[in-house]
Design a binder for this molecule. Structure first.
Ligand SMILES: *Cc1c(COP(=O)(O)O)cnc(C)c1O
Ligand SMILES: [Zn+2]
Length: 413
């Protein structure tokens, strides 16, 4: 049972059957999933959702699958925490953190992979593959192992050590490429056209992959008691996640799950060392000029973002903004979140929090706006970025040494 009507080109409106397609044959525009929203509205309710599993699959009517044999490690339904302490530090009175560090492989990518591989299996595709900046690699390898699918995962060779280990452990093929993510992605597009039976989650089944990100909007609305927030801050790599969060809030209203039309301002967060979309926003132009990434936020290091244009358009139309933050600010953001809310985020989370802080300081985010910051990856993946962190002191195992230290601490107060 599926409510999917077809795939539709975002540029020219040409429609296609819901197969493993991602670009329009006529204009090369990206394809998007179109649903029969009236039929969904007639069948879905807050109660029917509440009866579903505690995962993204509670929203299956709004996801592009036919059956219920999901490829699932249990992604989603992560905590939405009221961030009072961080809010106090930033002067925001109604701040919330969507803590997606707690997904099965430690990042929001489990949402998109679960959807992409579920659909891929329905389409008869046998091999799971991806071009990854790290988190996608972890997630594809893990889900493929669970689904008993062969996997080929392609990464830039200079990735964080932890992300290599936490991909390799699942036993698939891990191919490191001498080049940056954009080189890896180009190679994967070439391989995808040679191997039509492979499911490249972010290439030939990207249309389905993207839909998984809508659950970031669905969950936030449900967790806020079925209302949309006023403002969200979203990290931007390819821009896919940001565009689908926007789509998600709109769909909830369309199928009658929200009483009021959502007016969510959507702001994007990028690292200064890879900020092609934030740069276009600041310059007031539509053209996104590709860059060569140089940042510790490797999971966001896409220099030529596929959905950048659409993300930029949504940020402008919703009255949001863009922040770009330096590596130093990213580390400060990671520490601030850890030391106020007890959440250890990876560098992408540091980008989100540092951008949140910047937009709050500039008054772009109003003090009383109900604001949700999406923290999308776990700090254990990028521990090497926190090189300065270590013991407060190293001492002999003696009471004397300890009290000498403790007294120095007390007198310093
Ligand atoms: C991939 C990723 C994102 C955003 O990705 P998009 O390509 O913009 O959808 C955000 N945070 C983390 C941790 C990621 O791995
Ligand atoms: Zn088209």
């Amino acid at each position: 049972m599926s409510y999917v009507e077809c795939l539709v080109c975002k540029e020219c409106g040409q429609t296609y059957e819901a197969k493993a397609l991602h670009v329009c044959e006529f204009c090369f525009g990206p394809l998007e999933v179109r649903y029969d929203y009236d039929a969904i509205a007639a069948n879905i309710s807050r109660e029917s959702i509440a009866r579903g599993p505690l995962s993204i699959w509670r929203y299956r009517d709004l996801l592009p699958v036919e059956g219920d044999q999901y490829v699932s490690l249990g992604a989603g339904f992560t905590p939405l925490v009221r961030a009072e302490r961080l809010g106090n530090a930033l002067g925001l009175s109604d701040l919330w953190i969507k803590n997606d560090t707690l997904n099965p492989t430690g990042s929001f990518k489990d949402r998109v992979v679960s959807v992409a591989l579920s659909r891929a299996r329905e389409l008869g595709l046998k091999v799971a593959a991806c071009a990854s900046t790290g988190n996608l690699a972890n997630s594809v390898a893990a889900h493929a192992a669970w689904a008993n699918m062969e996997s080929y995962v392609f990464i830039p060779a200079n990735l964080e050590r932890a992300k290599i280990t936490t991909t390799a452990v699942y036993g698939g093929k891990l191919v490191a490429i001498d080049g940056n993510y954009d080189d890896v992605n180009r190679l994967c597009a070439e391989i995808a056209s040679e191997e039509p039976d492979w499911a490249f989650v972010n290439v030939n089944v990207r249309t389905y992959y993207g839909e998984g990100s809508k659950t970031l909007a669905f969950e936030v609305a449900e967790q806020l008691g079925w209302q949309a927030p006023d403002h969200v801050v979203v990290p931007v790599a390819s821009g896919s996640q940001l565009t689908k969060i926007y789509k998600g809030f709109g769909e909830l209203y369309r199928v009658g799950l929200l009483d009021k039309e959502p007016k969510v301002r959507i702001s994007g967060a990028q690292a200064a060392g890879c900020s092609p979309v934030a740069t276009a926003f600041a310059a007031g132009v539509d053209v996104i000029r590709p860059v060569k990434p140089d940042t510790i936020a490797k999971s966001l290091a896409i220099g030529n973002p596929a959905d950048g244009y659409y993300a930029l358009d949504i940020v402008r139309r919703t009255g949001g903004s863009f922040g770009s933050v330096t590596d130093e600010e990213i580390l400060d953001g990671i520490r601030l979140l850890a030391q106020t809310e007890g959440i250890f985020a990876e560098t992408a989370g540091g980008v989100t929090i540092a951008t949140l802080a910047k937009l709050a300081r500039e008054g772009v985010i109003g003090k009383d706006e109900k604001t949700v910051a999406y923290v999308t990856g776990n700090g254990l993946k990028t521990v090497e970025a926190m090189r300065g962190a270590g013991p407060t002191i190293t001492i002999d195992p003696s009471l004397d040494s300890f009290f000498q230290f403790l007294n120095s601490q007390r007198s310093a107060k």
